[in-house]
Each structure stands twice: as C-alpha cells, then as structure tokens.
Design a protein around this ligand. Structure first.
Ligand SMILES: [Zn+2]
Length: 287
C-alpha cells in the first residue's frame, strides 16, 4: 500500500506559516534509518542496547552517558569522538551501540560497528588465495563511515601487523576528522604494563587517540554478580565488599615488586576468561 502522505515519493507537502513547503516524508526517514541500521553490523547480542536501558549506577557511567548524548545532539558538528575504557561488564559496548543507533535515527548517519578482532580477521582473510576482496575494500567501510564504533580495542594479540593495521584505521579517521567511539579494557598505566595503551598500541596511536577522543574511564558494578537491577544498597555493599569492586582491587594486596605484572596478568586472564600459559614459543595457530 503506498504511503498516504507522499504516495511513495518520499516527499510530502507541509504548511509552514501559511506557506506550502516540501519536506522529507516520515516514511522516507524510517526507511532510510532502517536500511542504515541494517548496514550498521550491530551484533545480535547487542541488538537490545539503547540509551534508555543503559544502567547507571556510578558517577563515571553518568558522565559517559552525558558525553555520549551530547555527541549525538551536536552531530555532525563534533570535534572529538569518545573512548570508553574500564573493566569488562561496566556497559562500554552497550553505551557505544546505543549511541550509534541514536545517531542513525536522529541524524541519518552512516554508522558501523566492528569488533576490533573481527575487523582484523576480515583483513587477514583477504591475504588468503581465492579471496577476491582487497585489504582496502575490507577496511573502507570502517574508514569512511560517519561514525565508527571500534569495540574491544586491545583484545587482539599484539603484533607489528596489528599495530600497523589499527594505526592505519585510526590515522585515516583522524585525518578526515571522522567521529569514532572506541571501547577498550586497556588502561592508561605505565608503558611497561602489557595492558596499557602505550604498550599495546604504541605511543603514536595513543597520542592520536588522545587528540581525537574524549577519554572516559567507566567504573561500574558487576551486574553478573549483582543481577540486572540491583538496588542502591546492594550496589554500595558490592562496592565496599566485593573482591571484584574497583576499590578493593586497587588497594589489593598484590606483592609490591612484581605487583604490576601480576595485576596485568590477572587482568589478561579476566579478559580471556582463561589462563594464559605464557608458552615462550607462542600459541599454535596464533593470530
Ligand atoms: Zn511517505
């Protein structure tokens, strides 16, 4: 059935102060935003993520939410993107996906989501014989999108090739002043820490990221431990007592000398969900 307002032309006539004007029809808007949404590559597990179901339990979650909604409201007049860093489970990816969807709906932005490891795998696959796509064809959507969400930066295994490829994407977006939202479990600790930005991405990429993004450290509560809708009291108790609370981890009794490394290893394990055996020969079939 054709649209009653525009007869499927995508343009409708409206009355503004007694003058008849032509404007985009609502049906055109919703068609456009639904096709942009289809092209945004949002993984199904994040399909439910919206701004109004983002859980705010901490000040840093509130600050990140505010900066994010400000970005959406000012788009495309935006100087810098956002970089959400912090532990797993604090809502970084949820917020990034919700902002991406809001930008599509509000501004009709061409926006794409890539998990960093997945993007690197797609590029790597182009090196196999029998694949037609070139490295650039795979990277172009990520480089040229109005908004790129690059999720879980730093979860990939470090190598010179990985550094170069990520550096190239970051640089290209920086040069074109395109808006990027990064999420990462990396921390801005000393450059000897394997989980630091400086160690994992290199000082050059770190400084690019500082220039092109507002950095927001997000601390949360572990909703896997507390359940989805914890009360304020439960949150306070958790922050005070749980060994997983940021407060207790930071003052944690790890031995002084090797403390940094031990903490880094612990964090690495948490992230992988399994112990890294640190076999000196590297992993079989390593990426
Ligand atoms: Zn219409």
């Amino acid at each position: 059935m054709p649209c009653a307002l525009c007869d499927d032309t995508g343009w409708k006539t409206v009355d503004v102060d007694g003058i008849s004007r032509v404007t985009r029809c609502d049906c055109w808007r919703s068609r456009t935003s639904s096709s942009l949404m289809d092209e945004a590559r949002i993984p199904r597990r994040y399909a439910h993520c919206e701004l109004d179901n983002f859980d705010i339990h901490t000040d840093s979650q509130r600050a990140a939410f505010r900066s994010g909604t400000r970005l959406v409201e000012s788009f495309p007049i935006v100087d810098r993107g956002l970089l959400f860093y912090g532990d797993a489970g604090v809502g970084k990816t949820h917020l990034a996906v919700a902002l991406l969807k809001a930008l599509i709906r509000r501004a009709g932005a061409r926006a794409v989501f890539y998990e960093t490891r997945e993007l690197l795998k797609l590029v790597r696959d182009t090196y196999n014989s029998g694949t037609e796509a070139t490295e650039m064809e795979v990277l172009r959507p990520a480089i040229e999108a109005d908004l790129l969400v690059l999720d879980d930066l730093g979860a990939e295994k470090k190598s010179e090739w990985v550094d170069e490829t990520i550096g190239m994407v970051v640089n290209a977006r920086y040069n074109e002043r395109r808006v990027t939202i990064f999420t990462t479990n990396l921390d801005d600790s000393a450059n000897t820490e394997p989980t630091s930005f400086a160690y994992h991405l290199g000082l050059r990429t770190r400084s690019r990221l500082l220039e092109m993004c507002e950095w927001l450290r997000i601390e949360g509560v572990d909703t896997r431990e507390l359940g989805p809708q914890p009360s304020a009291e439960a949150v306070a108790r958790w922050q005070e007592r749980s060994p997983a609370s940021p407060k207790n981890r930071r003052s944690g009794g790890l031995p002084g000398k090797s403390g940094g490394q031990a903490r880094a290893q612990l964090r690495g394990r948490e992230r992988d969900g399994k112990a890294d055996l640190k076999w000196p020969g590297g992993r079989a079939g390593s990426r």
